[in-house]
Each structure stands twice: as C-alpha cells, then as structure tokens.
Design a protein around this ligand. Structure first.
Ligand code: HEM
Length: 488
C-alpha cells in the first residue's frame, strides 16, 4: 500500500523551509560567525542560487555542499523562523538529548493529533507523552521480537508461495503489500489480519490523506482530504476499540503489540484506555510500515548491484540454514550479521527520514570539532540532515561507496564519532522505538528471498525521490526472479 498524499508533505516541507529562508532575505552574501557567536548565515539569495542544484542534484548534495563550505553549523535566513543546520555527532548531542522543555518537535507535528486522535502524542501533556513513549518502546523492545518471528515467517512464506517458478515483479510494489500484511498481523493482531485486512488497508490509505501540504498547515480546514482522514481515523479507532474490548471481555490474551499496549500501565497504576491503545497502534503502523518497505526495496537494489555482498549474504544463509535445520528462530535472525550490516549500510546511504527537525524553546550552545562555539537562539527551527551526517568522511571511509563491512567488528565506523555518528533511527529522546522490529521484518523477508530465489535487476539503479515525505527509490524496481533449490 502506498500513501500517495504523503508525497507532497516532504516537498511541501522543503518548499516551506525554502520560502521561510527566501522571505527572510535582506542581503545576498554569506556572513561568517559574528561577535555574538551566531552560526554563519546562508541568507535567502545565497540559498536561492542553490535552487537549480536542489532540483538537479537533490537535497543531499545541496546541503552537503553547504556543509563543506560552512562547516557543521550554519544558519539559513536573517530573521523570522531561521533554520539552523547541525551536522555531525559533535554538535547534535543537545538536539537529540535535550529536555522536551528545551528542544522538541513543538507544534510542527500537530497534524498527527488529527491522524491518530487526541488521546496520544501531542494531544497529551508532556508527562503523558513520555509515559506513552515508554509503552511504545516496551512493546517493541528486542526481547519481545521472539514472538513475532513465527507470524512474520508465515506471512512471508505464504506471500512468496504465490509467485511462480520464474517471472518479473516490481519489488517496491511487492514489499508495500507484504509489509502491510506483516504490520497488520504483528502490530494490530490476528483479528484484524484475518477478518478486516482489506478494509483496514484502505483506511490507512485514507488516513494518509492528512499528509498533504494543505492538511499539514491547516489540519482543521473542512476540505475533502481532511474529511477523508477524519472518517478513516474514526473508523479505525472503532475497529481497534472493538478488538480491544472483545479481548478484555473474553479474557483472551494474544502475543502481539496491541496486547502489550493494552497491558501497559501508567506510573500511577492506571491502565491505558481503549482510545490510547488504538491511537498508539495506528501511529506505530503508520510510521513503521512505509519506512520498512522503502528499506527493503533499497536493500534489493543495493544487493543486486553488488555481487560480492550478495554472495556473502547468500553464503551466510547457507551456513545458518545448516545450523537451524529445524527452522529459523529469533536466534537465527540475530546471527545474520552479514545481512544485518547490508541493511544497516542501506539505511546509512538511504535514510527514509533524510532530515530530522526540532524547535529550540531555549537557547543553547554547540561546539564544533574545530573548537568553535556557537549560540543557537531561542525560537530557532533546528534541522539535522541525517542524509549528510551519515556521509561525513572522517567517520565513514569512502562514504559514497556501499560497503557493509564498515560495520564489521574490525572497523565499526559508526562508533568512531561517538553515539550520534549513525542517526538513521534518530537518537536520544525520540530514537525510533521500532528499530528491532524493522530489522527483524526486513531480515525475515530477505533471508527468505535469498534462500529461495535468484534475481536479476532489470530497472536501472534508482535515484532518490526527494519529493516524498519519506525519501524513497524513484519509480519501480523491476527484477527477474527464478526459484532455486537451496542447499540444505
Ligand atoms: C527502517 C525502518 C525505520 C526507520 C528508518 C525509522 C526511523 C525513525 C526515525 C528517524 C525516527 C525519529 C524521528 C525524529 O527524531 O524526529 C523514528 C521514530 C519513531 N519510529 Fe521509526 N523507523 C523505522 C521503523 C519503525 C517501525 C517498524 C516502527 C514501529 C513498529 C517505528 C516506530 C517509531 C515510533 C513510535 C517513533 C516515534 C518515537 C518518538 O518520537 O519517541 N519505526 N523512526
């Protein structure tokens, strides 16, 4: 399933950022750090000059050029809501770890309240948000993954059983379908997966109507996309509430994430409400499904164009299949280090969230690697472009090269610059709570594909589509497949 209306969000966000910068332009030069130690300023006209490059080369190259020219901290705009870019582990500790009262998403994501309801996230006070974040992270923590292996394997095996002996498919489209099936089963539960999958899939598609630029800026406007989004939220909440109530009444307990959210307790001992559970589950599925299907597609594109790593990943599957003759379990997937690093390297080069954004509620200072100290004023929009920081040459050797071995035990390049050297899953307070789940499902998929099929990439290696909220491979990813007999 795609969320076509998401497409405009990222485009819109970038356009908005761009407009803010251009509107706030007064001079057409670049100011170096001034006596009050504000970061160097790339003003509107200087930024305007970059527009052709932005359209031609994409976000990564443009922000990277600015990083090379101005260093790890620079500001865009002169007054109004300036945007400060922070790039690299030396200057991003406060961005990731600051208290919510100091730096947070602010009202930037208030549209999420209209998508997932006011019982969760920004609809609640900060203390409740923090508790709900704890519920999410408890529900998705590593030790819970064991229970997802079997349902994930079932979904993956039955999905690919439907493929023929050989054929041609668009992997991007296949993974969107498959990831929705897995997410429904493991996150929402078997009641939804078995009885209401079609309706729920359509409703999530409709919920995505709230991701166009007008809805994001004016989420309350009575326009058709907002109405579709609201109708979808109300219906999804009802479907999930019925499932939750029926489990509570019957005393039935399942091994899925919905159950963990139902069983969660606030510090004062109170239970989560039906609306809270439904909202958290909807948000999880919405944020996690698409990023995982994008990453599965990039993994295909990278492996199929890098025969050495493809061969190493297949060899690992042969060894693990021999060891786990009676079937793959969670330990088997934990042992797939080669495949893990192939995916991790995909995420370094193609993070679905290319830029992370916060608002500074209080001023703070940062010190660069070169020892320069800058003050970031209160009220600033602060952005850290993961896509650029994941390519810093003093951390990642030959950063443009796909090289999963960089994460192997000898090199561990992501540890070189400290804990914010690798931020594809963010870090600190808002670190992705679904990382273990994401890796597991992508490994289950690719492990099955490597053990059962041979592939040939037909499409050219895709460019990145920056016009989407979550950056994804542009166009289709066609591959030719043939079933293989895997050595047992
Ligand atoms: C490859 C797949 C994924 C990637 C690259 C990814 C990346 C991210 C990033 C970068 C953030 C933080 C955004 C920020 O700092 O502003 C985030 C947050 C989050 N992710 Fe993921 N994610 C993935 C999969 C998942 C999955 C599968 C789930 C759930 C099943 C999930 C659940 C969440 C949640 C609940 C948050 C909000 C955390 C918070 O604000 O406290 N993610 N993700």
């Amino acid at each position: 399933m795609d969320f076509p209306s998401i497409n405009t969000l990222w485009c819109g966000a970038m356009a908005l950022l761009f407009i803010i910068i251009v509107l706030s332009t007064k001079r057409s030069m670049i100011h170096r750090g001034n006596p009050s130690q504000l970061p160097p300023l790339v003003n509107g006209i200087a930024f305007l000059a970059l527009l052709p490059n932005l359209l031609k080369k994409g976000l990564h190259d443009v922000v990277n050029d600015l990083y090379v020219k101005h260093g790890s901290v620079f500001m865009a705009g002169l007054f109004g809501p300036n945007v400060t870019f922070l790039i690299g582990p030396e200057v991003t500790a406060h961005f990731f770890q600051g208290l919510e009262s100091e730096i947070s998403h602010g009202k930037m994501f208030v549209f999420a309240v209209h998508m997932f309801g006011n019982a969760v996230g920004l609809g609640r006070d900060i203390a409740t948000q923090n508790e709900q974040r704890r519920f999410n992270s408890e529900a998705l923590k590593m030790s819970r993954m064991r229970s997802h292996v079997s349902p994930m394997l079932d979904e993956v095996e039955s999905y690919f059983d439907k493929w023929g002996k050989e054929g041609t498919v668009d992997l991007k489209c296949e993974f969107e379908q498959l990831l929705m099936l897995i997410a429904s089963r493991c996150l929402l539960g078997k009641e939804v997966r078995e009885n209401m999958f079609g309706e729920v899939q359509t409703l999530f598609h409709e919920l995505g109507s709230g991701m166009n630029i007008t809805s994001l800026l004016f989420p309350q406007l009575p326009i058709p996309s907002n109405r579709r989004r609201d109708r979808a939220r109300i219906r999804l909440t009802k479907i999930l509430s019925d499932v939750i109530e029926s489990r509570k009444i019957s005393g039935r307990v399942e091994e899925d994430t919905l159950q963990k959210l139902i069983d969660s307790k606030y510090k004062d001992g109170s239970s989560t409400t039906v609306e809270e559970v439904a909202g958290m589950a909807m948000a999880m599925l919405f944020v996690g499904k698409h990023s995982s299907s994008i990453t599965s597609t990039w993994t295909g594109a990278r492996l199929l164009s890098h025969p050495t790593f493809l061969k190493a990943a297949i060899e690992e599957q042969i060894q693990i299949a021999k060891k786990y003759k009676d079937g793959l379990d969670n330990n088997a997937f934990m042992e797939m280090e080669t495949l893990h690093n192939c995916i991790k390297e995909v995420l370094r080069m193609h993070p679905p969230m290319g830029v992370l954004v916060r608002k500074a509620h209080k001023k703070f200072t940062v010190q660069t690697k070169e020892g320069k100290t800058y003050e970031i004023p209160q009220g600033q929009i602060v952005a850290t472009p993961t896509v650029v920081s994941n390519h810093i040459p003093y951390i990642y050797k030959d950063p443009q090269v796909y090289d999963p071995d960089r994460f192997g035990p000898e090199r561990q390049e992501d540890k070189v610059g400290g804990k914010f050297s690798y931020t594809s899953f963010s870090g600190g307070r808002h670190v992705c709570t679904g990382e273990a789940f994401a890796y597991l499902q992508i490994k289950v998929i690719w492990s099955h594909l490597l053990r059962n099929f041979e592939f040939e990439l037909i499409s050219p290696f895709p460019k990145t589509d920056w016009s989407k909220f979550l950056a994804e491979p542009k166009g289709n990813l066609f591959v030719r497949y043939k079933r293989t007999s895997f050595p047992q």
